[in-house]
Write a protein that binds this ligand. Structure first.
Ligand SMILES: NC(=O)C1=CN([C@@H]2O[C@H](COP(=O)(O)OP(=O)(O)OC[C@H]3O[C@@H](n4cnc5c(N)ncnc54)[C@H](O)[C@@H]3O)[C@@H](O)[C@H]2O)[C@@H](O)CC1
Length: 491
């Protein structure tokens, strides 16, 4: 598991550590890690000696890191040139070190570039890129062929604490993050611009205070949390999941959510709904009934997709809300919550509730788009509804009513196709029925669903049926890979 911290937490940890060290020590640690990573890239492109590196240098310490790393590379025979965003405010000692090692300040972009180091802005950034920093970022974006870019701490132009991208920003191949992960490395569009994130330990971790802003699970966590049957398990002790989705008009939603539920750890899957005659030929192990009241006992309900929004559907959602077991509400069930007529039933539930909105469903329910800070948006809805909220996206966010938040690292654009959400809700319901705490069930389901999307995408364009079929190999891969496939590797 990786913990992600906000800028204020990083700043106070850095201050606490700096008070115990000679001046400049942290910047030297950061620059050394950055220079090492740059050398790895240059070696991979044909060699370090005589390669050409351009530093983009901003007015703060982020630019200082780039200048000191440039000096280290210059001493290894690299031709290093610096483009200064604000010549009067460039880090003076860093600039002297670069010049002393044979590096130069450039008046313009050179023709040949093997690597660009983005040291325009780090954790001191506010708002969209502006001034010369913006001009340099725009000029970089226009270059063809596009040079390889390594960002210093964060890609310039991103919202470090939110992961939003308010304007032009640098698109990095690699981001060398100092000390710990920040939200921009893992969430929102910023996470895509960060590329491969590599952590350099500069010693601040023991000084980080307070709960992390976010957590990211890795394969080892998911493997440890996945419930397995024991020698005395039976189909009932493993948990029974009830699926109230689809309808005679939309039987596909029922079939897809059932395929997700059947891949999960529950021992039995029951179906309740008007597609009951259709689901059994497709999934013979499912026990089907026309209504919830006739479905038999379950340890969790999944309700919503393809249900419709008529009186019958509303009665089913009320029935699920009244049931004393964990409940997942998706799609049409979320729509039925929008008018507020079921708010008190929702907010007063004793058993856990999970809501799985995409952005448009979120906007209908919360009254506004998730906006720039997707984590805060999910936390707000979780707190108001007293539910776990799984806000779908390329980096799906999971937030609990107490404020705990997770981001899923396995997402893929391949999942952006109709019906994949139904597969996710079935799988998540099965994890709830197997007894996982709601927030953990949501984190595990999002992770496995993302892996399945990636596996399905290896054979070409993906449908929800392909994602459902890939759930089993995704789950099997947990036991084959004892430690992480997280997107972050320490250097
Ligand atoms: N504080 C520390 O102990 C350490 C800091 N380090 C580096 O220092 C960085 C933070 O340095 P700073 O606090 O100096 O901040 P930055 O280097 O991010 O620069 C902030 C300055 O950039 C300008 N600026 C802010 N937003 C802008 C925008 N949108 N467009 C154009 N200009 C903008 C402002 O003049 C602001 O003062 C970290 O990200 C990291 O790279 C590392 O050297 C490790 C140690």
């Amino acid at each position: 598991m990786r913990s992600v911290y906000r800028v204020a937490q990083v700043r106070s940890a850095e201050s606490a550590l700096m008070a115990t060290l000679p001046a400049g020590t942290l910047m030297q640690r950061a620059a050394a890690g950055l220079a090492r990573r740059c050398a790895v890239t240059l070696r991979g492109q044909g060699g370090v000696y005589a390669s050409r590196v351009v530093l983009l240098v901003g007015p703060g310490d982020n630019g200082g890191d780039a200048l000191f790393a440039g000096a280290m590379l210059a001493r290894q025979g690299v031709q290093v040139g610096a483009l200064l965003g604000d010549p009067d405010r460039a880090h003076a000692e860093g600039l002297a070190a670069l010049r002393g090692a044979g590096g130069r300040v450039l008046a313009d972009w050179p023709k040949r570039i093997d690597l660009v180091v983005d040291g325009l802005l780090g954790i001191g950034a506010t708002g969209a890129l502006r001034g010369t920093a913006l001009t340099l970022a725009e000029q970089l974006a226009e270059r063809t062929p596009r040079p390889v870019v390594i960002a210093v701490d964060v890609p310039s132009g991103v919202g470090v604490d939110t992961g939003d991208v308010p304007g032009t920003a640098i698109h990095a191949d690699v981001t060398v993050a100092f000390g710990c992960l920040k939200p921009a490395h893992v969430v929102g569009p910023a996470a895509v611009l960060a590329g491969q994130v590599e952590l350099v330990d500069i010693g601040i971790v023991p000084h980080l205070v307070g709960d992390p802003a976010l957590r990211v699970a890795d394969t080892a966590d998911i493997a440890a949390w996945w419930p397995h049957p024991g020698p005395v398990s039976d189909k009932y002790t493993r948990g029974v999941v009830g699926v109230a989705t689809g309808s005679a008009g939309y039987p596909g939603a029922a079939l897809l959510s059932l395929s997700g539920a059947l891949a999960g750890p529950a021992g039995l899957v029951r179906y309740a709904g008007s597609a009951h005659e259709i689901v059994v030929p497709a999934h013979p192990s499912v026990i089907a009934a026309p209504r919830m009241a006739e479905a038999g006992r379950v340890q969790a309900w999944v309700c919503g997709s393809g249900l419709g929004t008529d009186d019958r559907a509303a009665a089913e959602v009320r029935g699920v809300l009244a049931a004393p077991v964990p409940a997942l509400l998706d799609a049409d069930a979320i729509t039925l919550l929008v008018d507020g007529s079921m708010s008190s039933e929702l907010r007063s539930r004793d058993a856990p509730t999970v809501l799985t909105p995409h952005d448009r469903e979120y906007a209908r329910l919360a009254g506004a788009d998730p906006g720039a800070d997707r984590v805060a948006a999910a936390q707000k809805l979780a707190s108001w509804t007293r539910s776990v909220v799984l806000l779908k996206g390329d980096r799906t966010v999971v937030a609990g009513p107490s404020g705990e938040a997770w981001v899923n690292p396995t997402g893929t654009p391949a999942l952006a196709t109709g019906g994949t959400g139904d597969v996710l809700s079935g799988l998540l319901g099965s994890l709830l029925a197997a007894g996982l705490p709601a927030i953990r069930a949501a984190v595990v389901a999002a992770y496995i669903h993302g892996l399945a999307g990636r596996i399905a995408a290896t054979s070409g364009p993906v449908t929800a049926v392909d994602v459902a079929a890939a759930l089993r190999p995704a789950i099997a891969s947990l036991t084959r890979t004892p430690t992480g496939t997280a997107p972050v590797r320490p250097t």
